[in-house]
Write a protein that binds this ligand. Structure first.
Ligand SMILES: CSCC[C@H](NC=O)C(=O)O
Ligand SMILES: [Zn+2]
Ligand SMILES: [Zn+2]
Length: 400
Protein backbone atom coordinates (compact mmCIF):
# COMPACT_ATOMS: atom_id res chain seq x y z
CA UNK A 1 0.00 0.00 0.00
CA UNK A 2 1.23 3.48 -0.81
CA UNK A 3 2.44 5.37 2.23
CA UNK A 4 0.24 8.20 3.46
CA UNK A 5 1.63 11.56 2.42
CA UNK A 6 2.82 13.84 5.20
CA UNK A 7 0.16 16.54 5.65
CA UNK A 8 2.82 19.26 5.41
CA UNK A 9 3.68 17.99 1.94
CA UNK A 10 0.00 17.92 0.96
CA UNK A 11 -0.43 21.54 2.04
CA UNK A 12 2.78 22.57 0.29
CA UNK A 13 1.52 21.01 -2.95
CA UNK A 14 -1.75 22.90 -2.55
CA UNK A 15 0.21 26.14 -2.34
CA UNK A 16 2.23 25.18 -5.43
CA UNK A 17 -0.98 24.64 -7.39
CA UNK A 18 -1.98 28.30 -7.13
CA UNK A 19 -0.98 29.83 -10.40
CA UNK A 20 0.98 32.92 -9.44
CA UNK A 21 2.95 33.02 -12.66
CA UNK A 22 4.08 36.36 -14.04
CA UNK A 23 2.84 38.36 -15.85
CA UNK A 24 -0.65 37.49 -14.53
CA UNK A 25 -0.29 36.01 -11.05
CA UNK A 26 -3.52 35.04 -9.28
CA UNK A 27 -2.75 37.04 -6.15
CA UNK A 28 -6.34 36.95 -4.96
CA UNK A 29 -6.43 33.17 -4.81
CA UNK A 30 -3.01 33.17 -3.21
CA UNK A 31 -3.80 35.52 -0.33
CA UNK A 32 -7.17 33.82 0.21
CA UNK A 33 -5.36 30.52 0.62
CA UNK A 34 -2.74 31.97 2.96
CA UNK A 35 -5.37 33.82 5.00
CA UNK A 36 -7.34 30.59 5.44
CA UNK A 37 -4.20 28.75 6.53
CA UNK A 38 -3.37 31.52 9.00
CA UNK A 39 -6.87 31.38 10.44
CA UNK A 40 -6.54 27.63 10.87
CA UNK A 41 -3.49 28.27 13.04
CA UNK A 42 -5.23 31.05 14.93
CA UNK A 43 -2.88 33.69 13.54
CA UNK A 44 -3.85 37.26 12.76
CA UNK A 45 -3.19 38.55 9.27
CA UNK A 46 -3.38 41.70 7.21
CA UNK A 47 -3.74 41.89 3.44
CA UNK A 48 -1.97 44.90 1.96
CA UNK A 49 -2.58 46.05 -1.59
CA UNK A 50 0.71 47.75 -2.45
CA UNK A 51 -0.58 48.81 -5.91
CA UNK A 52 -3.88 48.08 -7.67
CA UNK A 53 -4.30 44.29 -7.70
CA UNK A 54 -0.89 43.67 -6.13
CA UNK A 55 -1.80 41.73 -2.99
CA UNK A 56 0.54 40.92 -0.13
CA UNK A 57 -0.21 39.36 3.22
CA UNK A 58 1.42 39.75 6.65
CA UNK A 59 0.73 36.97 9.14
CA UNK A 60 1.60 37.58 12.76
CA UNK A 61 2.42 35.57 15.84
CA UNK A 62 2.70 38.03 18.67
CA UNK A 63 5.61 37.73 21.09
CA UNK A 64 5.54 37.95 24.86
CA UNK A 65 7.57 41.16 24.54
CA UNK A 66 6.06 42.97 21.54
CA UNK A 67 8.16 46.04 22.27
CA UNK A 68 11.24 44.22 20.90
CA UNK A 69 11.98 44.47 17.18
CA UNK A 70 10.37 41.55 15.38
CA UNK A 71 11.57 38.69 13.19
CA UNK A 72 10.32 38.80 9.61
CA UNK A 73 10.08 35.60 7.57
CA UNK A 74 9.79 36.90 4.05
CA UNK A 75 8.94 35.06 0.85
CA UNK A 76 7.57 36.08 -2.51
CA UNK A 77 4.50 34.41 -3.93
CA UNK A 78 4.95 35.16 -7.63
CA UNK A 79 6.86 32.80 -9.91
CA UNK A 80 8.46 33.16 -13.32
CA UNK A 81 6.91 32.01 -16.62
CA UNK A 82 7.49 28.52 -18.03
CA UNK A 83 8.27 27.04 -21.42
CA UNK A 84 5.40 24.57 -21.15
CA UNK A 85 6.65 22.27 -23.94
CA UNK A 86 9.92 21.76 -22.06
CA UNK A 87 8.19 20.51 -18.94
CA UNK A 88 7.40 16.84 -18.43
CA UNK A 89 4.16 17.76 -16.64
CA UNK A 90 1.80 20.63 -15.88
CA UNK A 91 3.89 23.13 -13.85
CA UNK A 92 0.87 23.99 -11.68
CA UNK A 93 -0.32 20.49 -10.92
CA UNK A 94 2.47 19.85 -8.41
CA UNK A 95 2.60 16.16 -9.23
CA UNK A 96 4.76 13.92 -7.08
CA UNK A 97 6.80 11.43 -9.05
CA UNK A 98 7.36 7.88 -7.84
CA UNK A 99 10.85 8.91 -6.75
CA UNK A 100 9.39 11.50 -4.36
CA UNK A 101 10.17 14.62 -6.38
CA UNK A 102 7.48 17.28 -6.50
CA UNK A 103 7.51 19.16 -9.79
CA UNK A 104 6.13 22.67 -9.95
CA UNK A 105 7.05 26.20 -10.87
CA UNK A 106 8.03 27.76 -7.57
CA UNK A 107 9.14 24.45 -5.99
CA UNK A 108 12.60 25.96 -5.39
CA UNK A 109 11.97 29.65 -6.03
CA UNK A 110 10.55 30.12 -3.51
CA UNK A 111 7.30 28.59 -2.40
CA UNK A 112 9.29 25.85 -0.63
CA UNK A 113 10.78 28.48 1.67
CA UNK A 114 7.50 30.32 2.33
CA UNK A 115 5.79 27.06 3.07
CA UNK A 116 8.59 25.82 5.31
CA UNK A 117 8.11 28.93 7.45
CA UNK A 118 4.43 28.09 7.72
CA UNK A 119 5.03 24.48 8.72
CA UNK A 120 7.79 25.51 11.12
CA UNK A 121 5.42 27.92 12.87
CA UNK A 122 2.74 25.22 12.91
CA UNK A 123 5.16 22.80 14.60
CA UNK A 124 6.22 25.42 17.15
CA UNK A 125 2.62 26.29 17.99
CA UNK A 126 1.80 22.60 18.39
CA UNK A 127 4.29 22.36 21.23
CA UNK A 128 2.76 25.41 22.89
CA UNK A 129 5.56 27.80 21.97
CA UNK A 130 5.28 31.49 22.72
CA UNK A 131 8.06 33.57 21.17
CA UNK A 132 9.67 36.43 23.02
CA UNK A 133 9.91 38.59 19.89
CA UNK A 134 6.93 38.89 17.59
CA UNK A 135 7.31 36.80 14.45
CA UNK A 136 5.77 37.90 11.15
CA UNK A 137 5.53 36.01 7.90
CA UNK A 138 5.27 38.22 4.84
CA UNK A 139 4.14 36.71 1.57
CA UNK A 140 4.78 39.38 -1.00
CA UNK A 141 4.00 39.98 -4.66
CA UNK A 142 5.94 41.24 -7.66
CA UNK A 143 9.46 40.12 -6.70
CA UNK A 144 10.19 38.31 -9.93
CA UNK A 145 9.81 41.48 -11.96
CA UNK A 146 11.82 43.66 -9.62
CA UNK A 147 9.50 44.34 -6.68
CA UNK A 148 8.79 47.90 -7.87
CA UNK A 149 5.11 47.44 -7.03
CA UNK A 150 5.78 45.03 -4.18
CA UNK A 151 8.48 45.28 -1.53
CA UNK A 152 9.77 48.62 -2.80
CA UNK A 153 6.42 50.21 -1.95
CA UNK A 154 5.68 48.02 1.05
CA UNK A 155 8.70 49.15 3.06
CA UNK A 156 7.32 52.70 3.02
CA UNK A 157 3.82 51.72 4.12
CA UNK A 158 2.60 52.26 7.65
CA UNK A 159 1.50 48.60 7.79
CA UNK A 160 5.13 47.59 7.25
CA UNK A 161 6.51 50.12 9.71
CA UNK A 162 4.06 48.76 12.27
CA UNK A 163 5.77 45.37 11.97
CA UNK A 164 8.84 46.93 13.62
CA UNK A 165 11.19 44.48 11.91
CA UNK A 166 14.60 43.90 13.51
CA UNK A 167 15.81 41.02 11.37
CA UNK A 168 14.62 39.18 8.26
CA UNK A 169 15.02 35.83 6.57
CA UNK A 170 14.48 35.60 2.82
CA UNK A 171 15.33 33.36 -0.11
CA UNK A 172 18.66 31.84 -1.07
CA UNK A 173 19.66 29.49 -3.88
CA UNK A 174 20.02 25.71 -3.86
CA UNK A 175 23.45 24.18 -3.38
CA UNK A 176 24.74 21.30 -5.46
CA UNK A 177 27.05 20.45 -2.59
CA UNK A 178 26.30 19.25 0.94
CA UNK A 179 26.04 22.84 2.17
CA UNK A 180 23.47 25.50 2.81
CA UNK A 181 24.27 28.84 1.20
CA UNK A 182 23.64 31.96 3.25
CA UNK A 183 23.37 35.21 1.34
CA UNK A 184 24.29 38.27 3.38
CA UNK A 185 24.22 40.79 0.58
CA UNK A 186 23.54 41.06 -3.10
CA UNK A 187 24.68 42.85 -6.20
CA UNK A 188 22.82 46.00 -7.19
CA UNK A 189 20.79 45.28 -10.33
CA UNK A 190 20.82 47.91 -13.05
CA UNK A 191 19.22 47.85 -16.46
CA UNK A 192 21.02 50.31 -18.63
CA UNK A 193 20.22 51.62 -22.08
CA UNK A 194 22.89 53.19 -24.27
CA UNK A 195 21.33 55.34 -26.95
CA UNK A 196 23.35 56.54 -29.90
CA UNK A 197 22.21 59.08 -32.52
CA UNK A 198 23.96 60.04 -35.71
CA UNK A 199 23.72 60.94 -39.34
CA UNK A 200 21.35 59.01 -41.57
CA UNK A 201 21.85 58.52 -45.31
CA UNK A 202 21.97 56.02 -48.13
CA UNK A 203 23.19 52.54 -47.18
CA UNK A 204 25.66 52.55 -50.03
CA UNK A 205 27.68 55.44 -48.54
CA UNK A 206 30.47 55.33 -46.00
CA UNK A 207 29.23 57.62 -43.27
CA UNK A 208 32.27 57.68 -41.03
CA UNK A 209 32.07 60.82 -38.95
CA UNK A 210 28.79 60.55 -37.10
CA UNK A 211 27.51 57.01 -37.46
CA UNK A 212 25.05 55.88 -34.78
CA UNK A 213 25.77 52.14 -34.99
CA UNK A 214 29.55 52.58 -35.18
CA UNK A 215 29.53 54.75 -32.06
CA UNK A 216 27.28 52.28 -30.30
CA UNK A 217 29.62 49.44 -31.21
CA UNK A 218 32.57 51.34 -29.71
CA UNK A 219 30.68 51.64 -26.43
CA UNK A 220 29.64 47.99 -26.55
CA UNK A 221 33.29 47.02 -27.06
CA UNK A 222 34.40 49.10 -24.07
CA UNK A 223 31.74 47.44 -21.95
CA UNK A 224 32.79 44.03 -23.21
CA UNK A 225 36.45 44.73 -22.38
CA UNK A 226 35.39 45.51 -18.84
CA UNK A 227 33.32 42.34 -18.83
CA UNK A 228 36.30 40.28 -19.96
CA UNK A 229 38.39 41.74 -17.16
CA UNK A 230 35.78 40.73 -14.58
CA UNK A 231 35.51 37.30 -16.15
CA UNK A 232 39.26 36.90 -15.77
CA UNK A 233 39.00 37.80 -12.09
CA UNK A 234 36.20 35.31 -11.60
CA UNK A 235 38.22 32.52 -13.17
CA UNK A 236 41.66 33.36 -11.74
CA UNK A 237 40.74 35.06 -8.46
CA UNK A 238 41.77 38.45 -7.10
CA UNK A 239 45.20 38.72 -5.40
CA UNK A 240 45.36 34.95 -5.09
CA UNK A 241 41.96 34.80 -3.44
CA UNK A 242 39.19 32.73 -5.00
CA UNK A 243 36.09 34.78 -5.78
CA UNK A 244 32.45 34.03 -6.58
CA UNK A 245 30.08 35.68 -9.00
CA UNK A 246 28.78 37.96 -6.24
CA UNK A 247 32.29 39.41 -5.81
CA UNK A 248 32.67 40.68 -9.37
CA UNK A 249 30.62 43.02 -11.57
CA UNK A 250 28.89 41.74 -14.66
CA UNK A 251 27.71 43.48 -17.82
CA UNK A 252 25.58 41.50 -20.24
CA UNK A 253 24.41 42.81 -23.57
CA UNK A 254 20.77 41.72 -23.51
CA UNK A 255 19.08 43.95 -26.10
CA UNK A 256 20.05 45.47 -29.42
CA UNK A 257 18.00 47.70 -31.65
CA UNK A 258 18.61 49.75 -34.78
CA UNK A 259 17.48 50.26 -38.33
CA UNK A 260 14.40 50.71 -40.47
CA UNK A 261 15.47 49.38 -43.85
CA UNK A 262 18.54 47.66 -45.33
CA UNK A 263 19.64 50.62 -47.43
CA UNK A 264 19.08 53.31 -44.81
CA UNK A 265 21.87 54.15 -42.35
CA UNK A 266 20.14 54.23 -38.95
CA UNK A 267 19.76 57.56 -37.27
CA UNK A 268 19.32 55.92 -33.86
CA UNK A 269 20.66 52.74 -32.34
CA UNK A 270 20.46 51.47 -28.81
CA UNK A 271 21.73 48.62 -26.71
CA UNK A 272 20.37 47.31 -23.43
CA UNK A 273 22.57 45.85 -20.70
CA UNK A 274 21.94 43.90 -17.54
CA UNK A 275 24.52 45.20 -15.08
CA UNK A 276 25.17 43.82 -11.59
CA UNK A 277 27.34 45.71 -9.17
CA UNK A 278 29.04 43.85 -6.36
CA UNK A 279 29.05 45.27 -2.82
CA UNK A 280 32.87 45.03 -3.17
CA UNK A 281 32.70 47.93 -5.62
CA UNK A 282 32.10 51.59 -4.91
CA UNK A 283 28.73 52.08 -6.50
CA UNK A 284 29.16 55.76 -7.41
CA UNK A 285 32.60 55.27 -8.92
CA UNK A 286 31.24 52.43 -11.00
CA UNK A 287 28.27 54.47 -12.13
CA UNK A 288 30.52 57.32 -13.22
CA UNK A 289 32.83 54.92 -15.03
CA UNK A 290 29.93 53.51 -17.08
CA UNK A 291 28.61 56.96 -17.95
CA UNK A 292 32.10 58.08 -18.93
CA UNK A 293 32.63 55.00 -21.13
CA UNK A 294 29.36 55.62 -22.94
CA UNK A 295 29.13 59.38 -23.12
CA UNK A 296 32.70 60.08 -24.20
CA UNK A 297 31.31 59.24 -27.64
CA UNK A 298 29.54 62.35 -29.01
CA UNK A 299 25.79 61.91 -29.39
CA UNK A 300 25.70 58.90 -27.07
CA UNK A 301 23.66 58.93 -23.86
CA UNK A 302 23.40 56.40 -21.07
CA UNK A 303 19.98 55.97 -19.46
CA UNK A 304 19.13 53.98 -16.36
CA UNK A 305 15.96 51.97 -16.89
CA UNK A 306 16.36 50.67 -13.35
CA UNK A 307 18.91 51.89 -10.87
CA UNK A 308 19.56 50.71 -7.35
CA UNK A 309 21.99 52.88 -5.46
CA UNK A 310 22.76 50.79 -2.43
CA UNK A 311 24.20 47.34 -1.83
CA UNK A 312 24.58 47.07 1.89
CA UNK A 313 25.89 43.91 3.49
CA UNK A 314 24.47 42.31 6.62
CA UNK A 315 27.43 41.77 8.98
CA UNK A 316 28.57 38.18 9.46
CA UNK A 317 31.27 38.70 12.04
CA UNK A 318 31.47 37.24 15.52
CA UNK A 319 29.42 39.31 17.85
CA UNK A 320 26.60 39.77 15.39
CA UNK A 321 23.75 38.03 17.18
CA UNK A 322 21.81 37.13 14.02
CA UNK A 323 24.80 35.54 12.37
CA UNK A 324 25.85 33.77 15.57
CA UNK A 325 22.38 32.27 15.89
CA UNK A 326 22.32 31.07 12.29
CA UNK A 327 25.73 29.41 12.72
CA UNK A 328 24.72 27.88 16.06
CA UNK A 329 21.55 26.35 14.62
CA UNK A 330 23.44 25.08 11.59
CA UNK A 331 25.88 23.33 13.92
CA UNK A 332 23.04 21.73 15.83
CA UNK A 333 21.75 20.34 12.54
CA UNK A 334 25.19 19.32 11.30
CA UNK A 335 24.97 21.69 8.39
CA UNK A 336 27.91 23.49 6.89
CA UNK A 337 27.13 27.03 5.80
CA UNK A 338 28.54 28.96 2.87
CA UNK A 339 28.24 32.71 3.26
CA UNK A 340 27.96 34.41 -0.12
CA UNK A 341 26.78 37.47 -2.00
CA UNK A 342 23.63 36.85 -4.01
CA UNK A 343 24.49 37.20 -7.70
CA UNK A 344 20.98 38.33 -8.71
CA UNK A 345 18.46 40.46 -6.83
CA UNK A 346 15.85 39.65 -4.19
CA UNK A 347 13.53 41.72 -2.06
CA UNK A 348 16.18 41.65 0.67
CA UNK A 349 17.86 44.62 -0.98
CA UNK A 350 14.90 46.83 -0.04
CA UNK A 351 15.16 45.59 3.54
CA UNK A 352 18.92 46.05 3.83
CA UNK A 353 18.61 49.48 2.24
CA UNK A 354 16.48 50.69 5.15
CA UNK A 355 18.85 49.11 7.66
CA UNK A 356 17.16 45.77 8.34
CA UNK A 357 19.72 42.95 8.56
CA UNK A 358 18.67 40.04 6.32
CA UNK A 359 19.94 36.60 5.35
CA UNK A 360 18.83 34.66 2.30
CA UNK A 361 18.56 30.96 3.08
CA UNK A 362 16.78 28.25 1.10
CA UNK A 363 17.07 24.82 2.68
CA UNK A 364 18.14 23.06 -0.52
CA UNK A 365 21.36 21.05 -0.53
CA UNK A 366 22.74 18.30 -2.76
CA UNK A 367 20.28 19.26 -5.47
CA UNK A 368 20.50 20.66 -8.98
CA UNK A 369 19.92 24.41 -9.12
CA UNK A 370 16.59 24.70 -10.89
CA UNK A 371 15.30 28.18 -10.15
CA UNK A 372 13.64 29.61 -13.28
CA UNK A 373 14.44 26.31 -15.07
CA UNK A 374 12.31 23.57 -16.65
CA UNK A 375 10.97 20.80 -14.39
CA UNK A 376 11.75 22.81 -11.26
CA UNK A 377 11.49 20.37 -8.37
CA UNK A 378 12.18 19.50 -4.76
CA UNK A 379 12.19 16.11 -3.06
CA UNK A 380 9.49 15.70 -0.44
CA UNK A 381 12.03 14.35 2.07
CA UNK A 382 14.19 17.41 1.63
CA UNK A 383 11.22 19.69 2.13
CA UNK A 384 10.35 17.81 5.33
CA UNK A 385 13.97 17.87 6.50
CA UNK A 386 13.99 21.66 6.25
CA UNK A 387 11.06 22.19 8.61
CA UNK A 388 12.85 21.32 11.89
CA UNK A 389 15.80 23.43 10.74
CA UNK A 390 13.56 26.45 10.19
CA UNK A 391 11.58 25.92 13.40
CA UNK A 392 14.76 25.67 15.43
CA UNK A 393 16.16 28.75 13.71
CA UNK A 394 12.97 30.79 14.14
CA UNK A 395 12.67 29.72 17.77
CA UNK A 396 16.20 30.83 18.59
CA UNK A 397 16.04 34.07 16.60
CA UNK A 398 12.84 35.04 18.39
CA UNK A 399 14.45 34.41 21.78
CA UNK A 400 17.30 36.89 21.26
C1 LIG B 1 16.01 44.95 -11.69
S1 LIG B 1 15.29 43.99 -10.49
C2 LIG B 1 15.39 42.36 -11.08
C3 LIG B 1 15.02 41.34 -10.08
C4 LIG B 1 15.26 39.95 -10.53
N1 LIG B 1 14.99 39.04 -9.46
C5 LIG B 1 14.88 37.70 -9.65
O1 LIG B 1 15.27 37.07 -10.61
C6 LIG B 1 16.67 39.82 -11.07
O2 LIG B 1 16.83 39.93 -12.29
O3 LIG B 1 17.63 39.59 -10.32
ZN1 LIG C 1 12.94 34.12 -5.81
ZN1 LIG D 1 13.25 34.03 -9.12
Amino acid sequence: MAQQEHPAVTRFREYLRINTMQPKPDYQKCVDFLAAQATELGLAYKVVESAPGILNIFITLEGTDPSLPSILLNSHTDVVPVFREKWSCDPFEAIKRDDGYILARGAQDMKCVGWSYFEAIRALLAKGWKPKRTVHMSFVADEEIGGQLGMKLLVNRQEFKDLNVGFALDEGIASEKDTIRVFYGERAPWWVKVVSTGQTGHGSQLIIEDNATLKLMKVINKFMDYRADQEYKLIHGIDGRKVELGDVNTINLTMLNAGVQFNVVPQDAWAGFDVRVSPRTDINEFKNMLIEMAESEPGVKLEFVTFFGSNKLTPIDDGNQWWETVTKVAKQHNISLEPEIFPAATDSRYLREIGIPAFGISYLKNVPILLHDHDERIHEDQFLEGIPFYSNLIEQLAEL
